[in-house]
Design a protein. Sequence first.
Length: 199
Amino acid sequence: MKINFIGAGNVASSLGELFTNAGYKVKYATPNPKENQIAISEACESGDIVCFAIPYNAMNNVLLVNKEALKGKIVIDITNAIHIENWAPLFLGEDSGGEQTARLLPESKVVKAFNTIFADVMKTGKQEISGNKLTAFIASDDEGAAEVVKKLANTIGFEGLVVGGIQNARHLEAMAHLNISIALNGGGTDAGFTYFQRK
């Protein structure tokens, strides 16, 4: 399975390394490719799964330009609506970046996932804290795609949890804002959410 990332920053490179270590073929795309990077258009065309780890305000244009190439594919939206310069939240009201992505790509299988997880705990061996796996929350209107991403999350050491349709992306993005707020107030980024469920 080919997993391509749009973006090559901390989140993309850290999560991509986990996928690579798990045996998946991973490539990274940027607007101006260098070294082993590829063009964004190539990444959208060749990837079985395409992960977006770019600034929220860049999503609209990139998705529209590559809409045709992403048809029928699993598209993982990892973005959060924040002000890049200070991590402050950009509130979207009764909407979310995940829902916006789904509306722009009606023929793709859009999944909101991994946006509640800091890059620091995407490093090899850091998916557990005090013996508890960090939860990878997953929202999608496509149940099959959600299950594929859940399996991916479990394979790389997280505990995947499907929380329902893409509308729940607004809750996941709010969780990300909370996670960032805790980090900025002294909690740091070597941290994350774990959902406990009595069985």
